[in-house]
Every structure is written in structure tokens, then in C-alpha cells.
Ligand binder design. Structure first.
Ligand SMILES: [Zn+2]
Length: 238
């Protein structure tokens, strides 16, 4: 009964629902983007969801991180998010991990995932996750927000990665300006993208970046190219 409305979709059906139930997704960060991502993946019945965050809930999180309420301030985000998701769907497995991502632990953290979703707010962590996903050949769904602007792209070994597009040169003010509703748009798009990848559907954002501008009310799809000099893709040639 729980999944009745999505099983009605010809792209999902009973078979697709079984696929989702058997799927394993790892979400890096349990903040603003992860709030819609984790909520919708749990609602959709993705069978195993691992979520990673080392931080605690603070008041300035509450404009966008709707997994947390005022009473949660000072609490561990991974555990708190885990409790919320468990109460939302007790039929799936939620694995909260309270660790800070670095080059040493990323390999183990994402190992075995069918899809990884990046929901962090800094360039350094994104590049670490990007590199390891290319290395382990795990699809990665990226998303980011800055004020009214946001983007989504999906990455896989044979397609452009963050290093290919020079993402490492991005210089953003921190903490960045963020409107909660824009994070909701981008996080929801990341969840859709992840579910499509899990179901093996076509028209995924590999080699494409979807840009959203909430101010001019426009979506813009940009084709991306692999870079022959990409250091991360270069590692595969050795
Ligand atoms: Zn690359």
C-alpha cells in the first residue's frame, strides 16, 4: 500500500519497486540538500540509506534543514536524521555515520553503494567524493546552491567529472548565501536523478549540468565535455 502510487508508474511497477527496495544509496552530508534527498529516498523505499555527517544541529541550519527542529539544536545530525527517517519508514535500513569525510575514510564509506549523492557545502569534500566515485565506478549525483542559483549533474566513469569541468577552481564565500526553498528544488532534483539511475532509466544528467536560476525563473541545460588532462580520469589510465 505504501508505494501504491509510484507502482502505478509504468517506469516503476512492482519490479522497479523491488529494485528500489534492494538498492543502497550513500548520502554525503545531512544538511539542506540532504533534507529533501533523504526524505524522498526514504519515502520511495530505497532499501538501505547510509548518511554521513559529523556536525551538530545549530540555529542557523533551521532556515533550510527541515529534518531538524528547534528541540534538536546541539544534537548529532547523523543520529537525529536517522531517527526521523526511521520514523518515516520503518521498512528500510538507515545507517547513520557520524564521521568527517577525508581521503582516508571515503573509500570505505562509499564502498558497496549503488549511487552516492553529494549534499555537502564545500569544494574540498566534493572533490574527494568525486575522485573516489570515479575510482570505484559508482554513479555520483552532485548538487549545489548559492543564493537563488543551483545546479545538478550526474557523474560516472565514462562521463565528465568535477575535475574535468575545473570545479576545483571554484571560489565561494563561506558560509554561502542560501534560500531554503532553492535547496528544496535542487535536493528534490537530486532525489529524482538518483531514483532514475537506480531504475536504469535513460535521460540521466551524465555529461550535462542543469542550472536553476530562481531569480530569472529559468532552467538551463549545459552540455559538458570530458577533459583529456583531467587528473582524476587520468588515474584510470595507469
Ligand atoms: Zn574527470
Amino acid at each position: 500500500m505504501r508505494y501504491e502510487r509510484q507502482i502505478l508508474m509504468k517506469e516503476i511497477g512492482e519490479e522497479g519497486q523491488n529494485t528500489l527496495n534492494k538498492s543502497k544509496v550513500t548520502v554525503i552530508g545531512a544538511g539542506g540538500l540532504a533534507s529533501p534527498v533523504l526524505t524522498y529516498l526514504a519515502c520511495a523505499g530505497v532499501g538501505t540509506i547510509t548518511l554521513i555527517d559529523y556536525d551538530t544541529v545549530s540555529e542557523s541550519n533551521l532556515n533550510r534543514q527541515f529534518l531538524y527542529h528547534e528541540k534538536d539544536m546541539g544534537m548529532n545530525k547523523a543520529e537525529q536524521a536517522g531517527d526521523v527517517l526511521n520514523s518515516l519508514n520503518s521498512q528500510i535500513k538507515i545507517i547513520p555515520v557520524s564521521e568527517r569525510i577525508d581521503e582516508k575514510n571515503i573509500g570505505k564509506i562509499i564502498n558497496g553503494a549503488d549511487v552516492v549523492i553529494d549534499c555537502v557545502d564545500n569544494v574540498e569534500t566534493r572533490l574527494i567524493v568525486n575522485r573516489e566515485c570515479i575510482k570505484q565506478d559508482i554513479p555520483l549525483v552532485e548538487g549545489g546552491v548559492y543564493g537563488f542559483y543551483g545546479f545538478v549533474m550526474s557523474i560516472k566513469q565514462d562521463f565528465p567529472c568535477l575535475e574535468c569541468i575545473g570545479y576545483g577552481n571554484t571560489k565561494l564565500k563561506r558560509p554561502g548565501p542560501v534560500l531554503g526553498a532553492v535547496v528544496g528544488v535542487i535536493g528534490s532534483l537530486q532525489a529524482v536523478e538518483c531514483i532514475k539511475i537506480l531504475l536504469g532509466l535513460d535521460e540521466v544528467l551524465y555529461g550535462k549540468m542543469l542550472n536553476y536560476d530562481g531569480l530569472s525563473v529559468s532552467f538551463d541545460l549545459v552540455e559538458l565535455q570530458k577533459n583529456d588532462l583531467c587528473e582524476v580520469h587520468g588515474l584510470l589510465k595507469d
